[in-house]
Design a protein around this ligand. Sequence first.
Ligand SMILES: CC(C)(COP(=O)(O)OP(=O)(O)OC[C@H]1O[C@@H](n2cnc3c(N)ncnc32)[C@H](O)[C@@H]1OP(=O)(O)O)[C@@H](O)C(=O)NCCC(=O)NCCS
Length: 183
Amino acid sequence: MTIEIRRLHAADAREYQALRRESLEQEPANFEAAVEDEAAMTTEAWAAKLADVQFFGAFSGQRLVGIARFHAETGAKVSHRGHVTGVYLRPEARGTDIATRLMEAVITAARRQVRFVYLLVNASNQRALRFYTRLGFVVFGHDPGGLLVDGVLHQDILMVLLPEAGTHDGPGMPEAEVPLKSD
Ligand SMILES: CC(C)(COP(=O)(O)OP(=O)(O)OC[C@H]1O[C@@H](n2cnc3c(N)ncnc32)[C@H](O)[C@@H]1OP(=O)(O)O)[C@@H](O)C(=O)NCCC(=O)NCCS
């Protein structure tokens, strides 16, 4: 089956909405949003969001099998930072190279816009931790507060993809200016 990785558009809203809902239902401890948080969102509302925000999808033939979202921060002092959220592969698509290809597309897009790419992983999600580590993300922290799911506390691991020389070619990406101590 041919695999296609591409940015999602408004026309993908119905398929995205269904897979997003599946992700929240199947993996409540791996996503910040609860099913009820997004239950009122119509397909039209998702279409508007997909037209506005960078969502990526992996298609096996015509079927959407993987999703991920990227957004850059917008404040003047933080626009060099971006976040990957909502990464989910249908179970049958896991353990192939699809997730890697999807995330590589996200990272390529992110690198054009920001220098630092952040994400959160449930501390007990060893599979995702290995996956992101293989892609170059490193652990820089630990959020003991994490998520509370049905009364159970899930701690988060904070990961970042650091800038690499020559890999970000977008605007506003000067080398970091680290003030030198003069005394
Ligand atoms: C996280 C996810 C996107 C990764 O995709 P994937 O296709 O499963 O990833 P891969 O198979 O390419 O890589 C997973 C790695 O974990 C390893 N792994 C597989 N099952 C594992 C398990 N039960 N425990 C620990 N490691 C495991 C694999 O061997 C592989 O390691 P390697 O890179 O050293 O070979 C996918 O599993 C998924 O959608 N999970 C459910 C939702 C989720 O957790 N999303 C992430 C939220 S931050």
